[in-house]
Structure formats: structure tokens, C-alpha cells
Design a protein around this ligand. Structure first.
Ligand code: PMP
Length: 423
């Protein structure tokens, strides 16, 4: 007898690949913010894979682009050793969002983008140490696993690379015991203390997510970015902004989230929403920084492939044409006030955080402790009521809400109704 999808998955796939929900869902159809399972149940998709669907599933303009390439027998792949119009055009569109002269390198994932960013920073500065944040997540390859600030992704036998970790701007559970009114950004000045006390002073850079995604949408105050930027510059390092989750305008103000904090990072990395579901990552660096690795050849086989790049171009055009950054802001504001109101009514909501359409709701016990079990129950109940959410943070007790940037007023109303009914 043929095995079911779940049985096959259990039998043939690495079990380190985790799956959501007590009763896993197989999605077979998708359009805009909606997806359907094998029993034709429909769901409002408020997590978009994992923060990946930016312009909605199967956007008609993207379908047209892909169908056009297929109809024209366009090559799937010729390698970047040959010319193709899509890669440079995608870079041009992307560069419009960068303040200053930039160069772009396309890769296949966020992990790979961060690898290239760290390599670039190390070659540029002639230093090795990259500093990242506790609760941060930067990928599943060797260097990026080392950058992660979660025990969940620390393997015993994984070789170390030159990294160090500072405290996170986790205001709800401030590592310095402060509250936002009484704090002096100790989490940011921890960078200076760390460099002075734990290193030779030789530092290649710092890597920061504007909002810590996997870490449970930990959201620093806006002044945080500037402080970290000033400190790393004082020590001669570069500022890398990991915008794998926050890029493409998801935070509702700027295309790159770090610009919200009035800083100009040396390097941005992206993935997820940039491809709206196709595997693509990008590094966008100041021109002089990008040139630090030009004395060698750096190559990857699939980065910049025509099908990826044509879709990236269309994603970037749609974001602009449909004013999706503004929509992320408007819909995000509505959702934040809804969650804040619920927080007053429902005891298990400890914290509401995020900006734009990257919102986190921390689920707690009555003594303020983490409540991963209840978080899981809510996640499952939302799913049963036709609403897909994500979860995150070290203890698994934060609901993650990141719908496509196209979410409409009616869909936001539907979200609120389903979420209220579930919680
Ligand atoms: N950086 C951040 C902030 C991420 O959230 C992720 C993925 N969750 C990555 C890097 C790694 O991206 P990928 O899974 O595409 O390698």
C-alpha cells in the first residue's frame, strides 16, 4: 500500500526537519493570502511559509512572468558565466532601495547571503571576529550556525568560527532587569563592553536583525540601532543588517528595516520575501565594501538564475506599484491595536511587539513564565479555525504573525475574528 505523505516524510526525510501542528496540514492550493489543504479546507495564511510570501501566493503578475518564460522555452539555467537580463535588472531594482552606491550578489538562501556578508566584512577589515546577538538567527550553515544565539541550533561537534555574542534588546524580559522607561540601552552598550573585555579589539563587524525573527520578533527601541552602529564604527567594524525576514518593506516604513533607525549599514542580507517563495538570497553592500573579495573568484551555480531573477524583478515592481509598504504599515497598526486590546482582556498575552506586518504575541503563565504549551494549543486552535500562524522564541511561546504584505481590510477583519475565537 502506498505510504501517506506524512508516513513517507517520516520514513525518508531527516527527522531534524520539524513539522507544525498535532495534525499536520498538506497545502495543495494557494492564492493571495489564502491556502487550501487536501480536504479543501481553506485558511487565511498569516505566516506565509515562514515570513516568505510577500506579494501573496501565485500573484497573477508573477504567474504571467513564469508562464511567459516557459512558453518561450527560456533556459532554466545557463550559469552566471553567460549574460541574462534578469540578474542585473533585479540588482538595479534592489539598489534603488540602498542609500549610496551599492553592488549586489545573488545567492540561494539567507544562510548563504550571511556567509558572503561575513566573508566580505572579514576581507574588508582584515579582521575575523563577527559579533551577533543572543536570540538571533542567521542560518543553518557552519558560520551562520555559529552566529545563532539559541541553544536549539548549537551542535556539540560543530566547529567554531570567530564569533561572539552580546545581549539582545529583549525589552519584555530585559537581560539587565530594566524597563523601557528606566533603561540606558545597556543591551547596545554591551557591544562596547564585550569588545573591550572579551576580545583583542580586532573586530570585523556586527550582524543584527532589525527585529529578531526566529527569536520571537524581539523588537528593539529605534534608538538601539544608532547606538550599536556608533559603537561598531568606533571599533572599526562593519554593520551588517540581516534583513532576511524584515526586508522588502515588511516593517511598514522603509524597504530595509535598519533604515527605520536612521543608520546606513555597510551590508544588507535578504532572502525569503525577496523571492516570494523561490529560493533566492541577496547581499547588498556599499560598493567599496563589495570590492573586498574581488581579488578571488566567488561563485555559486544557481545564484542569479533567470527564473529566480525574473520573479525577483516582478516582486520588487509589485511592492512599488501596489504600495505594499504602506499597506504593511496600515494593516500592521490595526493588528497591533487589536492585540493590545486583547492583552487587556486576556491574561495569557504577556507582550505584543513588532512593526508593520512582523508581529509577535508572547504567551505566558499567570506568573509571567513562558507558556509554550498554551502557545501550541492556540496555534492548533487557530489552524482548526482556518487561520495559519507561526511560533518562535527560544522557549516556543511566541505567536508569530507575518501575513503577505497584500493583506486586505477584509482579511484583517477575518484575522481578528478567527484569532479572538481561537484564543
Ligand atoms: N537570517 C534570518 C534572520 C532568518 O530568519 C533566516 C531563516 N529563518 C536566515 C537568516 C536563514 O535563511 P535560509 O533559511 O534561507 O537559509
Amino acid at each position: 500500500m502506498e505510504l501517506s505523505t506524512l508516513e513517507k516524510r517520516k520514513q525518508y526525510i531527516y527527522s531534524s526537519k520539524k513539522i507544525y501542528f498535532t495534525k499536520p496540514v498538506e497545502i495543495v492550493k494557494a492564492s493571495g493570502c489564502r491556502v487550501w489543504d487536501t480536504e479543501n479546507n481553506d485558511y487565511l495564511d498569516a505566516i506565509g511559509g515562514i515570513v516568505t510570501i510577500s506579494v501573496g501566493h501565485n500573484h497573477p503578475r508573477i504567474k504571467k512572468v513564469v508562464q511567459g518564460l516557459l512558453d518561450a522555452d527560456h533556459p532554466q539555467h545557463v550559469s552566471s558565466l553567460f549574460l541574462s537580463p534578469f540578474m542585473p535588472e533585479a540588482a538595479r531594482l534592489l539598489s534603488k532601495n540602498f542609500k549610496g552606491d551599492s553592488r549586489v550578489y545573488f545567492v540561494n538562501s539567507g544562510s548563504e547571503a550571511n556567509e558572503v556578508a561575513c566573508l566580505t566584512a572579514r576581507e574588508y577589515t582584515g579582521k575575523k571576529l563577527i559579533i551577533s546577538l543572543r536570540h538571533g538567527y542567521h542560518g543553518g550553515t557552519n558560520a551562520t550556525l555559529n552566529l545563532c544565539g539559541h541553544g536549539t541550533w548549537k551542535y556539540q561537534h560543530q566547529p567554531h568560527s570567530d564569533v561572539g555574542h552580546i545581549e539582545a534588546p529583549y525589552c519584555y524580559r530585559c537581560p539587565f532587569g530594566k524597563s523601557p522607561n528606566s533603561c540606558s540601552l545597556e543591551c547596545a552598550t554591551d557591544l562596547d563592553k564585550f569588545i573591550q573585555t572579551c576580545t583583542s579589539g580586532d573586530v570585523a563587524g556586527v550582524i543584527v536583525e532589525p527585529i529578531q525573527g526566529v527569536g520571537g520578533f524581539i523588537t528593539p527601541p529605534l534608538e538601539y540601532y544608532k547606538k550599536v552602529y556608533e559603537i561598531i564604527k568606533d571599533h572599526g567594524g562593519l554593520y551588517i543588517s540581516d534583513e532576511v525576514q524584515t526586508g522588502v518593506g515588511r516593517l511598514g516604513k522603509n524597504f530595509f528595516g535598519a533604515y527605520d533607525g536612521q543608520i546606513e549599514p555597510d551590508i544588507f542580507t535578504m532572502a525569503k520575501g525577496l523571492g516570494n517563495g523561490v529560493p533566492v538570497g541577496a547581499v547588498i553592500a556599499k560598493k567599496e565594501v563589495s570590492e573586498a573579495i574581488k581579488h578571488k573568484t566567488h561563485f555559486n551555480t544557481f545564484g542569479g538564475d533567470p527564473f529566480q531573477m525574473a520573479q525577483v524583478c516582478e516582486v520588487l515592481r509589485i511592492i512599488e506599484d501596489e504600495k505594499l509598504i504602506l499597506n504593511a504599515h496600515r494593516q500592521g497598526e490595526k493588528l497591533i491595536s487589536f492585540f493590545n486590546q486583547l492583552k487587556n482582556e486576556i491574561k495569557c498575552i504577556g507582550d505584543v511587539r513588532g512593526r508593520g506586518l512582523l508581529l509577535g504575541v508572547e504567551i505566558i503563565k499567570s506568573n509571567n513564565d513562558f507558556d509554550p504549551q498554551k502557545c501550541d494549543e492556540i496555534l492548533n486552535r487557530c489552524k482548526d479555525n482556518g487561520l495559519l500562524l507561526g511560533k518562535g522564541v527560544l522557549k516556543g511561546n511566541v505567536l508569530r504573525i507575518a501575513p503577505p504584505l497584500t493583506i486586505s481590510d477584509i482579511e484583517v477583519d477575518e484575522f481578528m475574528e478567527k484569532f479572538r475565537a481561537s484564543i
